[in-house]
Design a binder for this molecule. Sequence first.
Ligand SMILES: [Fe+2]
Length: 160
Amino acid sequence: MVQIKQKEVLTSLLQKAYWIEVEMEQLVVWESRIELMGDDHEALAILSNDSDGHRLIVEKWLNKAKIPIPDKTPPGLPVKQFDFAGMDSREMFREIMKYEILARDTYTDIENADPAIIYEMFDDEQDKDDFLSDMNTLVNDEEKHRKICDNRVGGYKTIY
Ligand SMILES: [Fe+2]
């Protein structure tokens, strides 16, 4: 695994994580909700509600670390527009899954960053521990989301 050793890289990843939650996951899930017209409502509601919750967590840490909250797409992330008209639900969940994996891997990289730069980011020892524990929760949540999608891509219909 490539470990992040620069504070600037960690800062940029946190901003990207924020954008993935606030923009990309919301767009892809809500486009699916529109096209599926109520089908798979429960699974899609979990994905969009959790993503809203994740945004709040990332926002809290951006504020604590005094990192500006992005108001436009951070460099590196594509500007996406989704049009799922004519797709079946399996294809839509395959698209959503890409963003769940992207989010999971982004939080994994943040969680595994060099502890020295996490220390540098939060001078409070407790903040550092709480940050790492939140990142771990986010990794696990995104992996749950990936499974929710994978079950539907594979044609199974269990929620968790
Ligand atoms: Fe998320």
